[in-house]
Design a protein around this ligand. Sequence first.
Ligand SMILES: Nc1nc2c(c(=O)[nH]1)N[C@H]1C(S)=C(S)[C@@H](COP(=O)(O)O)O[C@H]1N2
Ligand SMILES: [Mo]
Length: 246
Amino acid sequence: MKRRNLLAGLAGAMVAGCSKVAETEPMASLLHRAEDWHRKAHRALASNTALAPEFSPQDISPYFRGNGTLNPATPAYEAAAANNFADWRLEVRGLVNNPLSLSLDDIRALPQRTQITRHDCVEGWSAIGKWTGPQLGILLDQAYLSDEARYIIFRCADKLGGSDYYESVDLVDAYHPQTIIAHMLNDAPLPIANGAPLRMRIERQLGYKHAKYLTAIEAVAELGAVEGGKGGYWEDRANYAWYAGI
Ligand SMILES: Nc1nc2c(c(=O)[nH]1)N[C@H]1C(S)=C(S)[C@@H](COP(=O)(O)O)O[C@H]1N2
Ligand SMILES: [Mo]
């Protein structure tokens, strides 16, 4: 039942997104093709929605440590933080028919999912936290992925050791119901150490997949042409697995 409701929710969001954008004729026909593709994608992916365990409020860790970058500390990020991230934009671009540029208010106005999950870092620590934000699938539906899109790249505001942090997932994980763009941790805006103002939660995979300081979501056909070609910062450098299933 839970899964059915989630899929119904996604379908509803898709229709809502469509009626907003499909106001002109050429756009409408373009969107109908995309919509057709989406319906097929939803069906194909529906069998891949096994959920990661979710916990109760009393399981939440008293302190959710930060790891990797704890503050991007660039002039642009410092200015954004000083302004409470009021001008932060999240772009949805690449192989999409309707690129988006969303404010935090836009993101907070979407249907929200809250989940209490355990974060597992390869370095040997775990923490349980409560995350809130819209499902990535809702944004991808509003952006109308093109037929060639196979992977979603997450761009971040920080550099680690001089290179941009980035990550990626395939469409199965992109459309997984627990894959959300979190703007809250434990009912409060994300702390800077944990990725303010936006970070990914990809609950069936290890911590390094959960890109923090999210600036853009990019649909691509292949991973080979992106950065080091292996789909993520640590995948490019330390041979970490691209699919980091828990
Ligand atoms: N942009 C960015 N995202 C990142 C990292 C990072 O250094 N930069 N570190 C990753 C790693 S290894 C982990 S375990 C988690 C840590 O999330 P936390 O800081 O909320 O604990 O973020 C992941 N996402
Ligand atoms: Mo990690």
